[in-house]
Design a protein around this ligand. Sequence first.
Ligand SMILES: Nc1nc2c(ncn2[C@@H]2O[C@H](COP(=O)(O)OP(=O)(O)OP(=O)(O)O)[C@@H](O)[C@H]2O)c(=O)[nH]1
Ligand SMILES: [Mg+2]
Length: 293
Amino acid sequence: MTRSGFVALAGRPNAGKSTLVNRIVGRKVAIVSDKPQTTRREIRGIATRADWQLVLVDLPGVQRPRDALTERMQSRVERALGEADAVLLLLNGEQRIGPGDRFIARAVRNVGLPAVIAVNKVDRLDRARTLAALTTAAGLELEGEVFPIAALTGAGVPELEQHLVSLLPEGPFLYPPEEKSDLPERVRLAELIREQVLLRTREELPHAVEVEIDDMEEREDGLLVVRARVWAETESQKGILVGAGGRMVKVVGIAARREIERALGRRVHLDLSVRVRKGWRRDEGLLDRLGIE
Ligand SMILES: Nc1nc2c(ncn2[C@@H]2O[C@H](COP(=O)(O)OP(=O)(O)OP(=O)(O)O)[C@@H](O)[C@H]2O)c(=O)[nH]1
Ligand SMILES: [Mg+2]
């Protein structure tokens, strides 16, 4: 008999949720950055072995909603908790437990699902600090085991994975075994471009950027032409994204093209343009089109 089911991955922004999903799935299904609120959509990462299928629901980091974008991110988290078989609360071992963690712990208690806590980034902690982090994690009063892990290096991840699998109900696989993620291809590629923008921007800009694939066209010589739009909210943001003499958009384009070529396993021509769309984060129609629901 096989086991399969959904584990919702909750935690504050930057805890390392997407890094963990990529580690368990064994492929980059969710983009990662050192900026908070990197993940905007719910992304399902699917790990399949001979007798189990674990679907990890990578959620946006929980925080206080500020606009239509963050409101959608928040309600996505609540809905996902309602649909999961278990919840994994990921804590950043480098930080103290804060109101954000308590808020999530309370939400998890309220849905009454089996819960697991993982204290992440223990590669950055010595033994004493790791033990202290595990003790404070236990103080969140969630019933369930606590695991020390480093999603980045993989330390402790196999033990956590086995435990999560043991919480899944018996049943048939939910996705074809070769499927790794549920994101439409265009969104996956747009995210790879956004990741390159995040790597190179600071402060408000990472939050102000969204990427949309306009068009994908196969040329006769077999080259795939991808046209994408990078949205900014203001002209000055656009100026930064384009860069002096167009240097920034060029560097982003080259790096993103490499990522896209790796993801698709084929040669690609990437055509990037930067556009301004004032207040896109409050534009419900655009958010719908971008698949942020
Ligand atoms: N040292 C160390 N860094 C880590 C580890 N896991 C994740 N990180 C780093 O932490 C940062 C945030 O990682 P993400 O996976 O994007 O975090 P997230 O929880 O998905 O963040 P949001 O999508 O914003 O909610 C990145 O710079 C990662 O490289 C870890 O185990 N050790
Ligand atoms: Mg994330």
